[in-house]
Design a protein around this ligand. Structure first.
Ligand code: NDP
Length: 434
């Protein structure tokens, strides 16, 4: 704590893990004597660098680039790149730390990392984004590679940005290394089913959790925050399973459509164009727009899927959701609920699917992209989706099993933390103290 005292998101993420692991240490003192927890909370390395780039008017700008290479006991460092003005060391470290457990839960051979920059892609031209990315990768390329560290997308980084990263990396290396990035366009080395994977996976996981209680997405009303990659495909799958999704948002507000959100319009506005969510009401005048995105959680619903960003549901929003009889929460984003919000849900028996487990589908399909790149072949959308569904079911079972084994039956937060920890901790012990 002393060493990381000003890193509030990182401390929040580590505190949640510590609370879950107490019963594990009581049964397995070898993890203490091997210093596993202390070693696991200090990244292998943190790389920061200057990213200088020129805008369309010839003005020079400087941003900071990051890559946190947290743990490689299970495989190459793996985790997304985020471009957002809020990016700092604490946010990078919390995301990379969460990735350790998430990646372990997928059962795939991948370690954990995260990277990004405080660059704001909003309002930048395509050429400006390209120049920024080329400068960013010129430095980052020294530290990544198909067997070393394999970045992917995250907030502000989609297939366009990954395409520019991939192009610049190969230019610098003088060849073609397909497996150095995931989230590539399926037309150019990516995996089918990757863009859908995190949102679909979240809904698959939540459906398993609901099923155990005799519930389902079918016939439920759902609120999803955000309208980016994760949100869009969470909405898509929830609708496919028979739910009515009545609200979604972006950072400038939310829309409420009592008839059920029209996914085609969301994709048109947010995936195919750079419009704002408020433009939905121009196409669907019966819908309502509210310019306070935090108020989305005041809308009564059966299932809430926070899929936008960290700490978007605080205690106050959690209280309102509980008052409105929410039955289940599925974390599509990373750490979207504060600790106080989670406590409120748990105390009121609201079913809770934690991010580490629920949103692991994206990185699981990224690992499949790495396999396909190595084998030089492509699986069909159906093959990828079938494997994704099975992985999400397996993650759900291993969380339940771990929670049960360590005295917290049905608590998926404890289950995800313990199951992920045991997998990586055993590898750390096997690899010696380093
Ligand atoms: P995107 O950039 O595609 O989308 C983010 C969305 O959230 C945008 O619609 C953005 O709006 C909105 N948003 C940002 N801040 C807020 C806010 N405070 N309130 C409401 N909406 C907000 O990112 P992703 O969908 O890729 O990522 C979303 C979350 O999921 C992140 O936590 C990410 O780490 C996590 N995640 C993503 C994975 C992936 O495969 N992409 C994998 C696992 C986790 P605006 O356009 O206004 O900025």
């Amino acid at each position: 704590k002393r060493r990381n005292s000003d890193e509030k998101e990182f401390l929040q993420a580590t505190r949640e893990i510590f609370d879950s692991l107490r019963p594990v240490f009581a049964q397995h003192p070898e993890y203490i004597s091997n210093g596993v927890l202390e070693r696991l909370t200090e990244p292998d390395r943190i790389i920061t660098f200057r990213v200088a780039w020129e805008d369309d008017q010839g003005k020079v700008h400087v941003n900071r680039g990051y890559r946190v290479q947290f743990n490689s006991d299970l495989g190459p460092y793996k985790g997304g790149i985020r471009f957002h003005p809020s990016v700092n060391t604490s946010i990078m470290k919390f995301l990379a730390f969460e990735q350790i457990f998430k990646n372990a839960l997928t059962g795939q051979p991948i370690g954990a990392g995260k990277g990004g920059s405080d660059f704001d892609p909003k309002g930048k031209s395509e050429r400006e984004v390209m120049r920024f990315v080329q400068s960013f990768i010129t430095e980052l390329s020294k530290y990544i590679g198909p067997d070393m560290d394999v970045p992917a997308g995250d907030i502000g980084v989609g297939k366009r940005e990954i395409g520019y990263m991939f192009g610049q990396y190969n230019r610098l290396k003088g060849g073609y290394e397909a497996g150095v990035f995931t989230g590539k366009d399926p037309e150019h080395g990516g995996s089918l089913g990757r863009k859908e994977a995190t949102g679909y996976g979240t809904v698959y996981f939540v459906e398993e959790m609901l099923k155990d209680k005799g519930l389902s997405f079918s016939g439920s009303t759902v609120v999803v925050s955000g309208s980016g990659n994760v949100s869009t495909y969470a909405i898509d799958k929830a609708i496919q399973l028979g739910a009515k999704v009545i609200a979604c948002s972006d950072s400038s507000g939310y829309i409420y459509d009592e008839k059920g959100i029209d996914l085609k319009t969301i994709k048109y506005l947010k995936e195919e164009n750079n419009f704002r969510i408020r433009d939905y009401v121009k196409v669907h005048p019966h819908a309502e727009f509210n310019d306070d995105c935090t108020k989305i959680w005041t809308i009564p619903c059966d299932i809430a899927l926070p899929c936008a960003t960290q700490n978007e549901i605080d205690e106050k929003s959690a209280r309102i959701l509980v008052q409105n009889s929410v039955k289940a929460i599925g974390e599509g984003a990373n750490m979207p609920c504060t600790m106080e919000a989670i406590n409120r849900f748990v105390a009121n028996d609201v079913l809770f699917a934690p991010a580490k487990a629920a949103n692991a589908g994206g990185v699981a399909v990224s690992a499949m992209e790495m396999s396909q790149n190595s084998m030089r072949l492509s699986w069909t959308t159906e093959e990828v989706d079938e494997k994704l569904l099975q992985i999400m079911k397996d993650i759900y079972s291993s969380c339940l099993y771990a929670a049960d084994t360590y005295g917290k039956p049905g608590n998926l937060i404890v289950g995800a933390n313990v199951a992920g920890f045991l997998k990586v901790a055993d590898a750390m012990v096997a690899h010696g103290i380093r």
